[in-house]
Design a protein around this ligand. Structure first.
Ligand SMILES: [Zn+2]
Length: 239
């Protein structure tokens, strides 16, 4: 199992950057995790869009969904050209209702609201609600004998560590710095504390603001979880 970072920024990208999006490749599947701005373009460096199997969205904030509309246009054109058959499956949370309704209007996508679990051949995902201003789900992705935890966007909460426990690696929101950040995201320190307590093999930090001093994030996390990495866009990581 491996993932490639298409975009790692939030809530908006820097020049030439992209917001949240990760291509997960596992058991011949190509699954897009989140679909922020710039990800549809970046995805094409890795795969033809007609080969995408599904999109899974952590939550309905724009920096995680804003390229769904153009991806829908792409599916429309590819279908017209005979390159793709059937609608692109998109799995997401069922709220906020107005955002969901807009996405449900994309006519070349088959939109499904997920509950606890989603199964593909060779890959299963379990969803766990986290703490964010709109419903957001962390996911555990199991495939090829490995497990990746993806936090989505979340503030720290009691019980987060238990979700991460048992994963091999974690890709975690680390928007902030500091021990007690205020806001709806984790800090590098908090992500590293959770990863250390959960006893995982590797921690990947993501979802930085475009003006972040990334060396400071790496340093802060590294003091708690040596070897913690700040992900790089268009780099692939083996789970
Ligand atoms: Zn968010």
């Amino acid at each position: 199992m491996r993932f490639t970072v298409l975009g790692k920024y939030g809530p908006y990208p820097p020049e030439d950057g992209a917001t949240s999006g990760y291509l997960l490749e596992c058991a011949d599947l190509k699954i897009l995790l989140d679909c922020g701005s710039g990800t549809a373009a970046r995805l094409q460096r890795l795969t033809a869009l007609e080969e995408l199997d599904a999109v899974v969205i952590s939550h309905l904030h724009q920096d995680h969904i804003s390229d769904l509309g153009v991806l829908n246009y792409a599916m429309q054109m590819l279908t017209k050209k005979g390159l793709r058959q059937g609608k692109l499956p998109v799995y997401l949370p069922g709220a906020p209702a107005d955002v969901l309704a807009m996405i449900e209007g994309f006519d070349h996508m088959r939109v499904g609201v997920y509950a606890n679990r989603l199964d593909f051949t060779g890959l299963s995902l379990t969803f766990h609600p986290v703490r964010h201003p709109v419903p957001c789900y962390a996911m555990l992705l199991h495939g090829e004998g490995r497990t990746l935890f993806y936090s989505g966007d979340t503030a720290y909460f009691e019980g987060l560590m238990e979700l991460v426990q048992g994963a091999n690696c974690a890709l975690m929101d680390a928007c902030f710095l500091g021990e007690h950040p205020e806001g709806p995201h984790l800090s590098a320190h908090q992500a590293a504390m959770v990863a250390r307590q959960a006893g995982i093999e590797q921690l990947y930090l993501t979802h930085m603001p475009p003006y972040a001093d990334e060396a400071a994030y790496r340093r802060e996390a590294g003091e708690v979880f040596p070897g913690a990495q700040v992900v790089r866009e268009m780099e692939s990581y083996t789970v």
